[in-house]
Design a protein around this ligand. Structure first.
Ligand code: SF4
Length: 211
């Protein structure tokens, strides 16, 4: 495990939680807040130490968040999620949908998903450096089909044009995503409310700006 945040009120809606940061991510977003988590191999927190910490939080926390890095890049994600559930905690997943197969496998054991959509599905390389849109799209479709509660959010990067955002809004609308959160890139564009005003008309999906 790449690291642990022992307490958070903002990463798992409605629940007091801790965050487990999975080591490794196949993508290279320019705005990554956790570049030290990108390499697959690195010194980290042993899984047994994580389990001991989680056990010590019984009665104090309600949920555990798997974040990253990209949790779906972990072969052991499924057993790890099941272990946390068996310890009595709700589980949240923060992901970009990097593996549709692992997404489908883990969804039955997850209570909430924060899903990062990087770009229109045919424009993923502009943000991630990798043509990963097919995985992201399939993962999001699996999430929608699963009935698990979720939030879809996109970081507004300067590499995304207004046309890109219109295109992505159309793609999400067709998939019947009910709500889309645009979030500010650290040091990035601040015209989010203006974007919402331009993107919202005519859509059933609610678009929000998170500064
Ligand atoms: S997907 Fe997340 S962890 Fe991976 S490079 Fe992008 S921002 Fe960083």
């Amino acid at each position: 495990m790449g690291g642990v945040t022992p307490f958070t009120t903002i990463d798992f809606p409605g629940r007091l939680a801790a965050v487990l940061f999975c080591q490794g991510c196949p993508w290279r977003c320019g705005y990554c807040h956790n570049p030290h988590l990108q390499p697959r191999e690195a010194a980290g927190v042993p899984w047994q130490s994580v389990l001991d910490f989680v056990a010590s939080r019984r009665g104090l926390l309600e949920g555990i968040v798997f974040s990253g890095g990209e949790p779906l890049w972990q072969r052991a994600l499924g057993p790890a999620v099941r272990a946390i559930k068996e310890a009595g905690f709700a589980v949240a997943l923060h992901t970009g949908g990097g593996s549709a197969a692992r997404m489908r496998a883990v969804l039955p054991h997850v209570d909430w998903v924060g899903f990062d959509i990087k770009a229109p599905f045919d424009r993923y390389a502009a943000i991630t450096g990798v043509e990963a849109g097919t995985h992201a799209r399939e993962s999001l479709l699996a999430l929608i089909d699963s009935g698990v509660e979720y939030e879809v959010r996109t970081t507004v990067d300067a590499a995304l044009s207004l046309d890109d955002l219109h295109c992505l809004a159309n793609q999400l609308d067709v998939m019947q995503v009910p709500r889309w959160v645009l979030q500010k890139r650290r040091g990035g564009p601040t015209h989010g409310m203006e974007l919402v005003r331009l993107l919202q008309p005519g859509r059933s999906m609610t678009i929000e700006w998170r500064a």
